[in-house]
Design a protein around this ligand. Sequence first.
Ligand SMILES: [Zn+2]
Ligand SMILES: [Zn+2]
Length: 407
Amino acid sequence: MNLTVIQECPQCGGTCELSEASRLLVCPFCGVRLILTNEMPHYLLPCKKEGEQLIWVPYLRLKGALFTCQNSGITHRLVDTTLAGVKLNILPQSLGFRPQALKLRQATAQQSGLFLENQLSTTQALEQASKRQQDAIGQRGILHQEWIGETTSQLYLPLVRDNDTLYDGVTGDPLARMPADDDFFNSHAQHSKNFDAHLLSSLCPNCGWDLDCHEQSVILFCHNCGTAWQLAQNGLQQIEYITRHGKAADTIHLPFWRLEVKIEGAKLASFADFLRLANIPKVIKAEWENRKMAFYCPAFRMNSKIFLRVASQITMAQLDGEPTDSVPNTLYPATLPASEAAESIKLTLASSAVAKRNILPLLPGITIQAQQSTLILLPFFDNGYELCQEEKKITINKQVLDLGKKL
Ligand SMILES: [Zn+2]
Ligand SMILES: [Zn+2]
């Protein structure tokens, strides 16, 4: 589900509507462009009911692709769920489809009402959701599980207490009897209301030019001075990137992460080691023995199955690039941060292997640590239905890319 969020423009106070996944706020009234950097946004469900006391109950929303490796192969599932952040018997454990139909508001410190403390960490929520999946497919034989591209937000459900009755503020339905002197809610009150949106200017910190920013970009490029910037906790942080130049004038560059890793539990120092471990029927060139192994991963969101296929194919291709001081004219937005890409490495290893049954049992014994991640822009051409990598003929259906923007 994709949620709609109402956000107030900090410059003119105008009401802007944006999709939940959007990191770019473009005010239709004053035209200001701002980047939202919240790791964990806090949203309020609309409250229709009035009464003596307003209480906000936290739910953690979790959305992402969960990959599971078993002896039989790799499966994936798109998880989109809400989990209650406070244990309360009278409340639903999940919000179900309710938020989808509603317009949410960004929570602010000025919001009236009693906010309850969220007691569910993101890690616990991911564990709960993984556990559910394990129960569904059977615990036995799970060799590796990984989330890729997960996003979290906190949603607050309004409750209203009026005349000894507690109501669901969204539907107005009574939930329970609750005497006015019951201090259950006060004992669960949240101490700090630190959930204002963090907004950043979308101008290049180096030259002041407008950065090239799409709805979900996590890397922003400056076409004027050729720099690239990554969203960090306290602002924009410059990163290096390399480009492989295209042959055609109308080349589209797609962003990938090139990940150099330290691996324990398997011999995987060089590209030649990788080809042997994955049993890939390729004549191993002498220079590959010295080529340090690097995994590649799309730096954009895509259908899980195709994501892994492309990660494996690009890893197999081991394409290089050069540092440049100009950004390619046509660039597909980078929407997946390096930290998420690093989590894909074991999956890419398993999915590259010809005989998966040989490599899957090794996964629990392998530890992988990303050492260096470099953004590399690779040239593709548009053949009408697909984008096709110029040299290796690796293709990605354009419809798949369009759908990926909604993930
Ligand atoms: Zn405005
Ligand atoms: Zn610049």
